[in-house]
Design a protein around this ligand. Structure first.
Ligand code: MIC
Ligand code: SF4
Length: 647
C-alpha cells in the first residue's frame, strides 16, 4: 500500500513509538519558531534546562505580538529575546519584520521537514508542505534542546478539492467551508491532507491561508503537497534549493475522505463568536448590517496576493468605514510600497498598521462598544478584539474590500454590478528579499561573551510540587461549553505580563469570573486543591501555555471537562495539572461550582491504570484519563520542566 504525505513525513521523523492511530509517538523536530508572547517563557524554560546551544537545524525567535510598547515591559522582553537568541544559536526576527507564520513561510519553511512552534497557527507551514505543529512553549524548548516532540499518531483525512474557485471566492472561503463541515470541536487527534485537482490552482500563500485556519478545527495540522507551484514560490524567494517534490502515492489510503467542489463555493463568513459559525455573505448582506470597522491582515490573510487584491478593489474609491490594514511582513509591505499599491490604499483612507499581529490579538484597533468588526483574521472569540461586546465577523479580503466600499456587509459578487472588475493578481517572479531585520546568533565559541538582558518584567519560570497522592479540594470554577484560552488567560491589554507569572495569574478567567484568582489563592493558602470543571472542547484556540501555567501557579490540580483540546491538554500535563474527562457527559450537570471534590488515591490509581472516580459533594462521578506512561511520569514529577531537568 502506498503512503500519503502525512505518513511520508511522519515516517521520516518518528523516533519513538508505534504507528498506531491513538498511540503516542515521538518525532524529531527540524525547525522551531517562537513568538515573543510565548517565547520569553519558552526561553526561560530552555535556560532552566541547561542546554548550551539549540540542536535543531533552524530555530527562529520572532517578535510580532507585543509590539505596542506602552511602558517598558515589551521592550524589555524584546531585548531579553534578542540576547538569548544570540547566545543559544537562534535567529532573531526583529519587531517590524512581520508575523512569524508569514515570514517563516517566505524565508525558512522547507517542504518535507517538521516545524514546531509555540503558536497555534504554526500549521500555516503546511502550505509549503511542512509538517508544522503548534505546541506550548515548554514543548518547543524541549525540541530546541534536541528532544522529540510527542503527539498522538493521527487519524488522517483527505480533503479532496475538485473544480475551480469562481471569481471573488478565495482560499479563506475554502477553509470557512471546511470549518462548516468539521466544526471547531471533535477533531482532536486528526491530521488533514489536501489533495485533488483543485490544489494545482492554489498558490502557496492561498494554501497557507487554508492550513493556517485548520487550527480552528482542532486538528493537529494540515498539509498540501509540494509541487511546481511550491518550487516557483521558493524560487521567487531565492530558495529553490529548499524544494523537493512530495506527493501522496496513487494508492495512498485515508481514514476519511471529504469532497469539496471549489466551483460550488460562495463567499462565506464566520459570525460571532466562533470561527465555526459559518454562513454565506449573501445572507448577511440581506441584513444590511452596518460595519463599524474593517481590519485586513493577520497570519491568515496578509500575503502579497491578499494586500494587492484589497488595494486593487479599493483603488480610486473611498472607504466608507474605519479601515485598517496590517501587512504580514516587511517583505510584502516593501513590495506594495514599491509598486504604488500602498499609496492607493492610503488614498482610499486605509489606516496602515505595523507588520505585526496587532488588531488580531486585541492589543490595538479595538472596535467601539457593541461595534461590528469585519476581520480577515482567524478567531472571533468573544472579547478577543479588546472590546467585550464587539461583534466580530471573519471574512475574506474580497468581502472585506466590498464591505469597506459600502459600509455594510457586502457580498463581493455584487461588485461587478458596481462596475468593479475582479483583480487578477499574479504571483511575483521575485519577491523583494531583504533579511536585514533577521539577526544571526553569535558563533558557538563566542556564546559565553553574550550577556543576557533581564529587565524587571522577566521573572523565573514558576515551579510546581510533585503530584499529591489524592486531590482534595473544591470545584473553584465551573465554566460552560467551548471555553477558549482567551477566556482562561486573556491576551490584549494583559499580554504585556506574559513574563511575569505572579502578575499575569491575577487575570486568570478574567472575562468569566474575575474573582477566581482570589478564591484560588485563598484555597492554595489553606492547602485546598483547586479544580476546574468545564464543558465541551475546553482550551480551544491559542497554544499559550500560560492558560495552564498560571492556573498551576494558583494551585489548580485538575481540570475535569466533557472534552479538552489537544494543545491545551498537553500544556496541562506539562504543568502538572491532571486533564480528566467525564465518563458520562451528563455528570457535568451534577457538579456545581463550589462543590467539595475528592479524588481518592489519584496518583496510585493512575499509575496502575485503574478506574478513577471523584467524590463530588458525596456523589460518585466516573472520570476518564488518557495518558501515556511518559505523561504519567511528567504529572507525578509536577510537570515537564522538573521531569526534563531530573532526566
Ligand atoms: C493567538 O492567535 O491566539 C495567539 C496570540 O497567536 C496565540 C499565542 C499566544 O497566546 O501568545 C496562539 O495562537 O497560540
Ligand atoms: Fe498573530 Fe493573530 Fe496569527 Fe495569533 S492568529 S499569530 S495573534 S496574527
Amino acid at each position: 500500500m502506498g503512503k500519503n504525505i502525512i505518513q511520508k513525513i511522519l515516517d521520516a521523523h518518528i523516533v519513538e513509538g508505534n504507528l498506531v492511530p491513538g498511540s503516542e509517538v515521538g518525532i524529531r523536530i527540524d525547525q522551531t519558531i517562537t513568538q515573543d508572547a510565548t517565547g520569553t517563557m519558552a526561553y526561560l524554560q530552555f535556560e532552566a534546562m541547561g542546554t548550551l546551544r539549540v540542536k535543531t537545524d533552524l530555530s527562529v525567535s520572532y517578535v510580532d505580538h507585543n509590539t505596542v510598547q506602552i511602558g517598558f515591559e515589551n521592550a524589555d522582553d524584546h531585548k531579553y529575546l534578542e540576547t538569548v537568541a544570540a547566545k543559544y544559536g537562534i535567529r532573531y526576527s526583529r519587531a517590524g519584520n512581520g508575523i512569524c507564520h508569514q515570514v517563516h513561510l517566505e524565508r525558512f519553511g522547507k517542504p518535507g521537514t517538521t516545524l514546531l512552534g509555540s503558536d497555534s497557527h504554526t500549521p500555516t507551514g503546511g502550505g509549503i508542505c511542512q509538517m508544522a505543529i503548534g505546541a506550548g512553549g515548554l514543548d518547543v524548548a524541549v525540541a530546541m534542546g534536541g528532544g522529540p516532540f510527542h503527539l498522538t499518531y493521527p487519524k488522517m483525512a483527505k480533503i479532496n478539492l475538485t473544480g475551480k474557485l469562481k471569481k471573488w471566492v478565495s482560499a479563506k472561503d475554502v477553509v470557512l467551508k471546511v470549518l462548516s463541515i468539521l466544526t471547531t470541536k471533535g477533531n482532536v487527534g486528526w491530521m488533514i491532507e489536501y489533495g485533488g485537482e483543485g490544489v494545482a490552482k492554489l498558490s502557496v500563500p492561498e494554501r497557507a491561508t487554508i492550513t493556517n485556519m485548520g487550527a480552528e478545527t482542532g486538528v493537529t495540522t494540515s498539509v498540501f503537497h509540494s509541487d511546481e507551484i511550491t518550487k516557483q514560490f521558493l524560487a521567487a524567494q531565492d530558495r529553490e534549493s529548499d524544494w523537493s517534490e512530495i506527493k501522496a502515492d496513487e494508492d495512498a489510503a485515508y481514514d476519511e475522505v471529504i469532497d469539496v467542489d471549489l466551483s460550488d463555493l460562495k463567499p462565506l463568513a464566520a459570525t460571532p463568536h466562533s470561527p465555526g459559525n459559518v454562513v454565506s455573505v449573501e445572507d448577511l448582506e440581506k441584513q444590511k448590517l452596518v460595519v463599524d470597522q474593517i481590519a485586513v491582515g493577520s497570519c491568515t490573510n496578509s500575503s502579497y496576493l491578499d494586500l494587492m487584491r484589497f488595494a486593487e478593489i479599493l483603488k480610486g474609491k473611498n472607504t466608507q468605514t474605519s479601515t485598517g490594514l496590517a501587512p504580514g511582513s516587511s517583505q510584502v509591505l516593501r513590495m506594495i510600497a514599491d509598486n504604488g499599491a500602498l499609496v492607493d490604499l492610503i488614498s482610499s483612507g486605509v489606516r496602515i498598521m505595523e507588520s505585526a499581529c496587532g488588531f488580531c490579538i486585541g492589543n490595538s484597533f479595538s472596535p467601539c462598544t457593541k461595534g461590528v468588526s469585519l476581520r480577515t483574521s482567524n478567531r472571533n472569540f468573544e472579547g478577543r478584539s479588546g472590546t467585550h461586546d464587539a461583534q466580530v465577523y471573519l471574512v475574506s479580503v474580497e468581502t472585506a474590500a466590498a464591505s469597506a466600499l459600502n459600509g455594510f456587509i457586502t457580498d463581493p459578487l455584487s461588485l461587478e454590478s458596481m462596475g468593479i472588475e475582479y483583480p487578477q493578481i499574479r504571483m511575483p517572479a521575485k519577491f523583494a528579499i531583504d533579511d536585514s531585520l533577521i539577526l544571526n546568533p553569535v558563533p558557538a565559541e563566542k556564546a559565553n561573551e553574550v550577556k543576557i538582558f533581564r529587565g524587571p518584567n522577566i521573572g523565573n519560570p514558576p515551579t510546581n510540587t510533585k503530584m499529591p497522592d489524592e486531590i482534595n479540594g473544591e470545584v473553584t470554577i465551573k465554566v460552560g461549553e467551548l471555553i477558549t484560552t482567551d477566556h482562561i488567560m486573556p491576551a490584549g491589554a494583559r499580554l504585556k505580563y506574559r513574563s511575569n507569572i505572579e502578575k499575569y495569574a491575577s487575570f486568570v478567567f478574567e472575562p468569566v469570573d474575575p474573582k477566581f484568582p482570589e478564591k484560588a489563592k485563598a484555597n492554595r493558602a489553606n492547602n485546598v486543591h483547586n479544580v476546574i470543571v468545564a464543558g465541551e472542547s475546553y482550551g480551544q484556540g491559542s497554544s499559550r501555555e500560560h492558560a495552564a501555567m498560571c492556573p498551576m501557579f494558583l494551585g489548580v490540580k485538575a481540570v475535569i471537562a466533557k472534552s479538552i483540546e489537544r494543545i491545551h491538554a498537553a500544556n496541562l500535563v506539562n504543568f502538572g495539572i491532571l486533564p480528566l474527562t467525564f465518563e458520562n457527559k451528563a455528570d457535568y450537570d451534577a457538579v456545581a461550582q463550589g462543590a467539595k471534590i475528592r479524588i481518592h488515591d489519584a496518583r496510585k490509581i493512575i499509575a496502575e491504570g485503574k478506574e478513577l472516580y471523584a467524590e463530588v459533594d458525596g456523589k460518585r462521578v466516573k472520570l476518564r484519563y488518557s495518558l501515556s506512561q511518559r505523561q504519567k511520569d511528567i504529572l507525578f514529577e509536577g510537570g515537564l520542566l522538573p521531569y526534563t531537568v531530573n532526566k
